[in-house]
Design a protein around this ligand. Structure first.
Ligand SMILES: Cc1ncc(COP(=O)(O)O)c(C=O)c1O
Length: 482
């Protein structure tokens, strides 16, 4: 920090301290999510009293520039999420449709696998935000000491130490699971797969939020299941009135939802809505397959509860993994499938015998002794700041008429481009410039969202990223005029 502030008129001293910090923020020396110096440190550095610094920090808090976090200090607040309006929700569709996204998804992802591509099309945080080194060290220490246990099969329901850790954490989300409620899986994807197979067969119909994570659509397609797409609001998620109407009109075998920080919307379903969703399905004995993979990545003060917290009949099949918070490549996930537990265990055994043993051991150890809570706090702070920066950059560079979501957690943005813009054309043109994006049509069974794209904010904001947003904005403007 620069030269100390000269003590002078006491009454205005704190104004000067506040102005000093405000300037550092305005210049970008201190960025959203950065911790600002502790009260004592600044008081020593600037030769002013602790009370003066406290007064200055209060003023900065009132101006919305910084925020105090209990037991942690003061941080630069994420700037106001962009002033762009939110994307519009989809229109309801009244019929069940077959899904055919797999060839489009394969095309999009084959192209985006190139090294050096700017990965706006992915949905994963940069490895530098994950506890990569620590986890790898834990894994190698375990591998050295595990002997036969590390190379043995781990049959369902999966590693007891890991199930204990998951159960212990579930208390914080209002679920109070027991280790016996849980089956570990190969990522969340296998958990979702097993749950869907347990409750629906080829030719059956399931209800799904729209837009929907394309992985769910691919899974449904691979099982020959049909979907009814239920419109979702970018802030509050699935439209429950439409769902209720569809439950009356169709024989729906299961409902799939991502209530917490939906991919791609970032929406967060309020607790009352989760309760209504669970009750509405329970009245008709329809299972809910809940994907809570983003639940730990909230930007607010408290971890949102999954819909499972409102489950009284064992009909909610909760699925998650450590892919978005720790290590996607370890492929460690799990499900708490309620009354379908035994069937899931059998399906898991038939499908893959068990999960890889060592990665489960490493994740369990990290959860127990690795400083997981500390890691999650830092990750959430970084992601919130990155989402805010990206939203601002989009507001600055994208064509008029663009709309963008305001996620309450997670790290993707859902962008509606001006009407008539082809997201597929944007995707192809962006690849030519070394940038991947996820085009809207892969998020719908009926290839809707032709003028939407999803953008990943999981990588730290940098000049390179800002430049890529500028290029993407130009490509979108050209496509909007084409
Ligand atoms: C909503 C959602 N569910 C599941 C997955 C896949 O998770 P996993 O890597 O644990 O299989 C993803 C990955 O992008 C996702 O976004």
């Amino acid at each position: 920090m620069q030269a100390p502030i000269e003590p002078q008129d006491e009454a205005h001293l704190y104004d000067r301290v506040a102005a000093h910090i405000a300037e550092l923020i305005a210049r970008g020396t201190l960025r959203p999510g950065d911790r600002i110096p502790s009260v004592r440190r600044l008081s020593r550095q600037q030769g002013v009293s602790v009370a003066t610094v406290l007064q200055a920090y209060l003023q900065l808090e009132n101006r919305g520039l910084i925020e105090a976090r209990p037991q942690s200090g003061h941080y630069v607040r994420a700037r106001r999420i962009s002033a762009l309006p939110e994307p519009r929700a989809a229109r309801p569709s009244s019929s069940a449709s077959r899904v055919s996204v797999k060839s489009l998804v394969a095309k999009v992802y084959r192209a985006a696998r190139e090294p050096h591509i700017i990965p706006f099309g992915a949905a994963c945080p940069s490895p530098e935000l994950l506890p990569t080194d620590k986890l790898n060290r834990i894994l190698s220490a375990i591998a050295r000491g595990a002997g036969g246990a590390g190379v043995a099969y781990d049959p369902p329901p999966g590693l007891p130490a890991l199930r204990r850790q998951i159960a212990r954490r579930s208390v914080e989300w209002g679920c109070a699971l027991s280790p016996d409620d849980i089956v570990t899986t190969v990522g969340a994807m296998e958990a979702l797969h097993l749950c869907l197979r347990a409750v629906a067969r080829r030719g059956d119909t399931v209800a799904l939020e729209s837009p929907a994570y394309y992985g769910l659509l691919q899974l449904i397609e691979s099982l020959g299941i049909k979907v009814i797409e239920i419109p979702a609001h970018p802030r509050t998620g699935m439209d429950l009135d439409t769902l209720e109407e569809m439950l009356e009109r169709h024989r729906i075998k299961a409902c799939l939802a991502i209530p917490n920080f939906n991919n791609p919307l970032g929406s967060a379903m309020p607790d009352e809505a989760k309760e209504r969703l669970v009750a509405m399905l329970a009245r008709r004995e329809v299972p809910l397959i809940e994907d809570d993979i983003y639940g730990d990545l909230y930007f607010g003060d408290v971890r949102p509860r999954p819909a499972k917290a409102f489950d009284r009949k064992g009909l909610v099949m909760l699925c998650s993994s450590f892919s978005k918070t720790m290590a996607p490549g370890y492929r460690v996930g799990w499900t708490a499938p309620g009354r379908f537990h035994d069937e899931i265990e059998q399906l898991k055994f038939a499908q893959s015998i068990g999960g890889a043993t060592l990665p489960q051991m490493a994740i369990a150890e990290f959860l127990e002794n690795g400083g997981h809570d500390h890691h999650l706090r830092a990750l959430r702070r970084r992601l919130a700041a990155q989402v805010a920066r990206m939203s601002e950059a989009i507001a600055e560079h994208f064509p008029p008429g663009t709309r963008v979501s305001r996620p309450a957690g997670g790290f993707v943005l859902w962008i509606e481009l001006p009407p008539g813009t082809s997201a597929l054309a944007v995707h192809e043109r962006a690849l030519e410039h070394g940038i991947s994006v996820a085009p809207g049509p892969i998020f719908s069974a009926k290839h809707r969202f032709s003028n939407y794209i999803r953008v990943n904010c999981g990588y730290p904001f940098s000049d390179l990223i800002e430049h890529a947003v500028g290029t993407l904005g130009r490509i979108c403007a050209e496509a909007a005029e084409a």
